[in-house]
Design a binder for this molecule. Structure first.
Ligand SMILES: Cc1cc2nc3c(=O)[nH]c(=O)nc-3n(C[C@H](O)[C@H](O)[C@H](O)COP(=O)(O)OP(=O)(O)OC[C@H]3O[C@@H](n4cnc5c(N)ncnc54)[C@H](O)[C@@H]3O)c2cc1C
Length: 379
């Protein structure tokens, strides 16, 4: 791959500076370095780590992992539930298998480690405690230390509060939902839970006597990802550590795992957010991931789309010689899928549509069905 790249661009090795070592930044770093770019990745935190608990990846994200060589590591120690079940008031309303579409649940750290390992193996220089405070479309970034670095490509993968985005002056609309989620990992406690299909994903909704939802998602043999959803206006439902009595009242059969969840005081209540930008690129700057398209998690596609867009960016730069032209054609090609996914995810979140069951329609799974390596919807 390196040889092909060098021959196409003459003798010059192209250089990228990337802000943010989340799923988007790590994927972009690995994919570019694997194509012969010299890549420096800046992470503002002291160490590389993932925030949050568990994560769902679908066919699109799994194809990206395969393309960067991280699929095997991720499949080892993650889980595909036999069924995605939806309950309303503790009664099953749907059991979905997505027509065989591949999907997987894992801990965020597991996914993060696999991507970081691929980035390192591809020769990416990873700088921690390195905050990017400013970027310029001419291809410059400025660090909190005052150092200024130049590149052929600047990637803003620095999340929902992106400094790359805001310093360049990208305009966007922002919408925050009325609901939010507390996320945590607890031990599976399968035996203690008693009889039940506890290997399934179970999305458990209550609207009476109040809105409360638990998304039950097994990540592997030992770890269970629990999402506690409640409106932000509900002080008991949005409290951390969770209010055991309050959650036990509606989900008494989950007692063994709720007792574990109540011990966690480091979790956080997060509102859902949608950011829609007018453009994702300017000059030599490209935005990817939550910096470009933070979306509600209803369709569980924020990271999936981020990874697809990161890989697609590297692929486009491999094919179109001029960087600025490549960024424009990349956005034109890839953005509509993300835009539609973001819009539907926001609509689902606003209407709490997933509670009806059977909401993973073909349209809702559009982004999930996309195979970025072949640029086709392959399911
Ligand atoms: C409740 C909830 C559930 C979700 N569930 C799913 C799911 O199941 N599946 C799915 O695909 N998506 C899911 N998402 C979306 C997903 O979490 C995000 O879309 C994804 O993590 C975005 O990745 P990112 O790399 O763009 O940003 P981040 O994960 O935010 O990473 C940004 C990185 O940049 C660093 N950084 C920030 N600023 C700077 C700076 N100035 N300089 C240097 N470094 C910086 C940060 O420390 C961080 O490491 C969910 C989101 C929420 C809120």
């Amino acid at each position: 791959m390196q040889m092909a790249n060098v021959s196409k661009r003459g003798s010059k090795t192209l250089h990228a500076e990337i802000a943010g070592a989340g799923f988007a930044g790590l994927t972009a770093a690995a994919a570019l370095a694997q194509r012969g770019w010299s890549v420096r990745l800046h992470e503002k935190d002291e160490e590389l780590r993932a925030f949050g608990a568990g994560i769902y990846l679908w066919h699109n994200g799994l194809r990206v992992l395969e393309a960067v060589g991280a699929l095997e590591d991720v499949l080892n120690g993650s889980h595909t539930p036999p069924v995605y079940e939806t309950w309303r008031h503790n009664k099953s309303v749907s059991r979905e298998t997505f027509n065989g579409l591949p999907w997987r649940i894992m801990t965020r750290q597991h996914l993060h480690n696999a991507l970081a390992n691929r980035a390192r193996a591809a020769g990416v220089e990873i700088r921690t405690k390195s905050e990017v405070v400013k970027a310029d479309p001419s291809g410059k970034i400025e660090l909190a230390s005052g150092e200024v670095l130049e590149a052929d490509l600047v990637v803003g993968a620095d999340g929902v509060a992106s400094k790359v985005r805001d310093s360049v002056g990208f305009e966007y609309d922002r919408w925050v939902s009325v609901d939010g989620l507390i996320r945590m990992l607890v031990p599976r406690k399968k035996k203690e839970l008693g009889a039940g299909e506890w290997d399934n994903t179970i999305d458990m909704w209550h609207f009476w006597p109040r809105v409360q939802r638990i998304l039950y998602s097994p990540c592997n043999d030992n770890e269970l990802y629990l999402g506690f959803m409640a409106p932000a206006a509900d002080p008991r439902g949005s409290r951390v550590p969770i209010d055991l009595e309050y959650w036990m009242e509606l989900f008494p059969f989950l007692e063994p795992v709720l007792v574990e969840a109540a011990k966690k005081d480091t979790a956080r209540y997060d509102r859902y957010q949608t950011n829609t930008l007018k453009e994702w690129t300017r000059g030599k700057v490209a935005l990817i991931g939550d910096a470009a398209h933070a979306m509600c998690p209803a369709l569980a596609q924020g990271a999936g789309c981020a990874m697809v867009n990161a890989l697609s960016l590297a692929m486009e730069l491999d094919e179109v010689a001029d960087v600025e032209e490549a960024l424009k054609s990349w956005e034109k090609r890839i953005r509509p899928i993300t835009d539609r996914c973001q819009a539907l995810s926001g609509e689902y979140a606003a209407n709490r549509a997933l509670s009806k069951g059977n909401q993973f329609t073909r349209q809702a799974l559009e982004a999930a069905r996309y195979d970025p390596t072949r640029r086709v919807f392959s399911w």
